[in-house]
Design a protein around this ligand. Sequence first.
Ligand SMILES: [Fe+2]
Length: 257
Amino acid sequence: MQNLNDKYFVNGIHIEEKVFNVEEVEQLRTAFYEVLDICESYRAQKGVVSGMDNTVHHVLFMRKIFQQMIQKDKNKKILDLFFDEKKYILNSLGGNNNTKANYASNIHRDVRFYTQDRLMLNSIWCISPLNKNTGSTQFLLNSHLNESPPTQKEFDDSCISIEADVGSIVYFDSRIWHRAGKPIEGLRERIIYTPIYSRPFIKPGFNYSLALQESEYFNDSSDLVKQLSSYFSDIPQSHLDWYGFNERRFYLKDQDQ
Ligand SMILES: [Fe+2]
């Protein structure tokens, strides 16, 4: 297998091992089922009946463990390298327990526009292992530099299936072409979280800044959690907010540097 331990993302992928210890993995696993109940109750309220089974969305402030784990030094180090020491935010933090093949089994990439610059990074927190049994993601290395998708044959001939242990994080440039693998029949559990990060001038998938300010965690939150939550690249809600720049600037000038 080609080198996937490249923090500089020459191939478009990097796997960081042993980010979460056994206890942290277990806490994240327990938290998954707790926030799944919460997300299912929201879906029930809104009459969402299909397509989202075993999936959770935007969980950062549902449990403290997510804020603690996202700030891990090993995680931040890779994010800093990918974004070239520039500012970045969280675009989304969800997860799933997919034990069967799903829509992501077709060749796709996780960003709908193409840029030459690196603007977005996907990651997978391995609460379960990723391997042939659990259906590991298949990637076409270096394809993040190609605007057009590969043909089915090009992909089939050259794709690689990644393997990652429990506690690892798999990072991949959001431009890379990939597809989900197929788990074996009868697999009981395959929990992953899938944080996505971007430069701050890309609109995030959820108003994490508001969620943070309305949460019990705001007063004690670190600058890193505020940064990830777009608190420093925020939008004024009103003219009084906007004219109140002596109290708080909503979009700091360092965000685009
Ligand atoms: Fe994907």
